[in-house]
Ligand binder design. Structure first.
Ligand code: FAD
Length: 464
């Protein structure tokens, strides 16, 4: 039962319309429904989960989108355990592979085996980043002291100004590609610092043990979303893109291709760039409109290559590799266990991946795995990839690649309600922005705010 009703003109009547069935939208709906409110969740795609998507390679379930969860990500962990999903450690035993400037080396721990000069330089840059990160106002980065200065340059320009050595720069480029789906020159320094602060610091953001990459979900992350959506039942409507939201003093009207819904409030969880696909009447104010124009999504692609066994483990390798050459720039071992199949997950650079046909993409990835792990990598038993920049609806991810000036100019509009339209979604989070955990928290918080407003509306109506 959705609890929705029909108006005389055929519009569906509910308390709240939620736009988007990712973790933010589903969490908002779950909270609203738990208080007895009527809700409809409208999702443009033919699936729930948003930037979480399951795939299968050699019979093993894998995460084509969001994967890891930190111990401190308690909101998504709670949600997962409520629907019976469990975690497993990210495998990290053995030596990691580093392929830099055409040379293969192996190392243990988080710090790659590089020259002493590079190690000193990396430590210097890490200290410089940490010093700036400590100044960031995570809830309102645009109000950080010196925000204008930090937002005026790209991360790449800052690395230049700091005279980062080539290897340090190469490693920072890899971090930028995997975190923001772009090169350091494309993203504002303030945006980078905000995300590092929100992620609990640079070490927490990058580490496996004790960090953001500590655990994976056995059932996959999309399975969590599917189970939450199952509980919401017919309240969730797929393949229903929201085209237009109009509003007046009494409520909002949400327009889709298949009809209209009338509600007290709308909670929109689309990423900032995707808000642009919705026509708002009254129109968004300049700052909110600027946000949708300038916070374009970064892009990232992932490939999974399956083998009979995780053969790299027998060679003493963890399956974790970092490389500055070619299409693949990071790999991880996501095998279900030691017995096989062995599965390597590879992050791929969309610029030298997405445009190729599937067979070429596979060849590019497999060849690089041969370079990293030896000739046994030449004979996979299965392969799967996903290009987030080529998604037909709401493309891009993992995060916006917000360029210089865009946080100070438009960041405030991330969360500022537009009348009866309220915003949620991981980009609107303070702490844990960019993660599934952040998405869940924003959904729950925005639902709370809207619940308060719905109660106030009732009180005001009664006193009139
Ligand atoms: C490759 C990749 C790797 C990642 N790795 C991790 C990780 O390891 N750990 C982690 O915590 N996070 C990771 N993330 C980020 C994580 O996926 C997101 O932070 C989180 O899923 C965002 O949830 P959300 O609900 O805020 O937004 P989304 O998941 O983007 O959901 C928004 C939904 O709104 C829908 N929508 C948009 N516009 C409309 C419209 N007009 N009408 C109807 N529906 C609309 C979209 O289709 C989408 O389903 C990764 C993401 C990617 C892409």
């Amino acid at each position: 039962m959705s609890g929705s009703r029909k108006s005389g003109s055929g519009d569906t009547l509910v308390d709240v319309v939620v736009v988007g069935a990712g973790f933010a939208g589903l969490s908002a709906a779950e909270r609203l429904v738990s208080t007895g409110r009527s809700v409809v969740v409208l999702e443009g795609r033919d699936r729930v989960g948003g930037r979480s998507l399951s795939g299968e390679v050699a019979g093993v379930k894998v995460d084509l989108g969001a994967t890891w969860v930190a111990r401190r990500h308690t909101a998504i962990r709670d949600l997962a355990s409520r629907v019976g999903c469990t975690t497993t450690d990210q495998f990290a035993q053995g030596r990691n592979v580093l392929w830099m400037a055409g040379r293969r080396r192996t190392y243990s721990g988080t710090i790659p085996k590089v020259s002493p000069a590079t190690l000193v330089d990396m430590a210097r840059m890490q200290t410089a980043v940490n010093k700036l990160v400590a100044t960031i106002d995570v809830n309102a980065p645009w109000e950080t002291p010196g925000a204008g200065r930090l937002d005026a340059i790209s991360f790449g320009e800052w690395l230049d100004r700091k005279n980062a050595l080539p290897n340090t720069r190469a490693l920072m480029t890899i971090v930028s590609k995997v975190q923001w789906g772009c090169t350091p020159g494309d993203v504002s320094l303030l945006h980078v610092l905000r995300y590092i602060r929100a992620a609990g610091g640079l070490n927490h953001m990058l580490d496996v043990e004790g960090g953001a990459n500590q655990d994976r979900f056995v059932e996959t992350t999309q399975e969590i979303a599917k189970r939450v959506a199952e509980r919401l039942g017919e309240r969730v409507r797929l393949e229903t893109p929201v085209r237009r939201i109009t509003q007046d003093d009494e409520g909002v009207t949400v327009h889709t291709d298949s009809g209209r819904l009338r509600a007290g409030y709308a909670i929109v969880t689309a990423a900032p760039a995707h808000r642009a696909a919705i026509a708002f009447d009254p129109a968004l104010p300049e700052q909110a409109e600027g946000l949708t124009r300038t916070w374009r999504m970064g892009v990232l692609s992932k490939a999974f290559v399956a083998y009979e066994k995780p053969f790299w483990r027998a060679d003493g390798c963890s399956g974790e590799a970092v490389t500055d050459t070619g299409t693949v720039f990071i790999t991880f071992d996501v095998s279900p266990g030691p017995g096989g199949p062995g599965v390597l997950m590879a992050f791929c650079d969309p610029r030298v991946f997405d445009g190729f046909d599937p067979e070429t993409r596979r060849d590019l990835v497999v060849q690089q795995l041969v370079d990293l792990y030896g000739p046994q990598a030449r004979i996979p038993i299965d392969y799967l990839d996903h290009c987030w920049g080529s998604e037909p609806f709401a493309p891009g991810g993992p995060h916006p690649a917000a360029g210089p000036h865009t946080t100070v100019s438009y960041g405030k509009a991330l969360t500022e309600p537009h009348g009866r339209v309220h915003w949620a979604g991981t980009e609107t989070a303070g702490e844990w922005a960019g993660t599934m955990n952040g998405a869940v928290l924003t959904g729950q918080r925005t639902a709370e705010r809207v619940l308060t407003l719905l109660s106030q509306d009732v009180q005001e109506g009664a006193s009139r």
